[in-house]
Design a protein around this ligand. Structure first.
Ligand SMILES: NC(=O)CC[C@H](N)C(=O)O
Length: 220
């Protein structure tokens, strides 16, 4: 099982993402200009500030040559995870519904928070239980999830994560922290599971997402 972690100019969490993936499988960095995904079994689009967040976070990165390959990979059912800036890129690319707006505070927010698993039947949450609370860091300025069809997303089971009560850092409607596509192989979330994989930093809850992908590939 090999993960590919896609790196853009301005990514900053790709090394932690590789480390997180390497705890449950093999992992390698993929450069955004190269459309060859090197035969990986799952793709992680990591956090950071691709292209300096100019225009809108993720708006430029989504035109990278590798993104066309990621879209084809996702359309074929391959597991894709977008973390924070990666979530923003996947929304911009049309792989996930909705958009991420500026935090309601208009401030960058950085904190360890509680995140509840709403849907444990996706490629990236099957190792968790519905209602399970994970402790994961969050750090972003444009994390307020918005979708005009939120009722429909809820009805489809596309809301995958919610901020724990009282811990919503950005004003997202109905505390939405992460969503998936209809096929449930593409998941995006604002909190950073790759920063919660070692007891040294206080939580290993993030490993559940990466272990889920390994299970998804094993039963594919
Ligand atoms: N940690 C990150 O990935 C930051 C995401 C994004 N650039 C923001 O500030 O909203």
């Amino acid at each position: 099982m090999k993960f590919g972690v896609l790196q853009f100019p301005g990514s900053c969490d790709e090394r932690d993402a590789v480390d997180a993936c390497a705890r449950v499988g093999e992992a390698e960095l993929l450069w955004h200009r190269d459309p060859d995904l090197k035969g990986v079994d799952a793709v992680v689009v990591p956090g950071g500030f691709s292209y300096g967040d100019y225009l809108r976070a993720g708006a430029i990165a989504r035109f990278s040559p590798a993104m066309e390959s990621v879209i084809a990979f996702a359309d074929a059912g391959g597991p894709v995870l977008g973390i924070c800036n990666g979530f923003q890129v996947l929304c911009e690319a049309g792989l996930l519904p909705g958009a991420l707006l500026r935090n309601v505070s208009l401030r960058f927010h950085c904190e360890q928070i509680g995140v509840e698993v709403v849907n444990a039947d996706t490629a990236w949450t099957r190792a968790a239980s519905p209602g399970e609370r994970l402790s994961i860091p969050t750090k972003h300025g444009e994390g307020r999830f918005y979708a005009p069809n939120l009722d429909e997303l809820e009805a489809n089971g596309q809301v995958v994560f919610r901020y724990a009560p009282g811990e919503n850092p950005n004003g997202s409607e109905r505390d939405v922290a992460g969503v998936c596509n209809l096929q449930r192989n593409v998941v995006g979330l604002m909190p950073h599971p790759e920063h919660a994989v070692d007891t040294l930093t206080g939580s290993t809850d993030g490993l559940k997402l990466f272990a889920s992908a390994v299970a998804a590939i094993a039963t594919h």
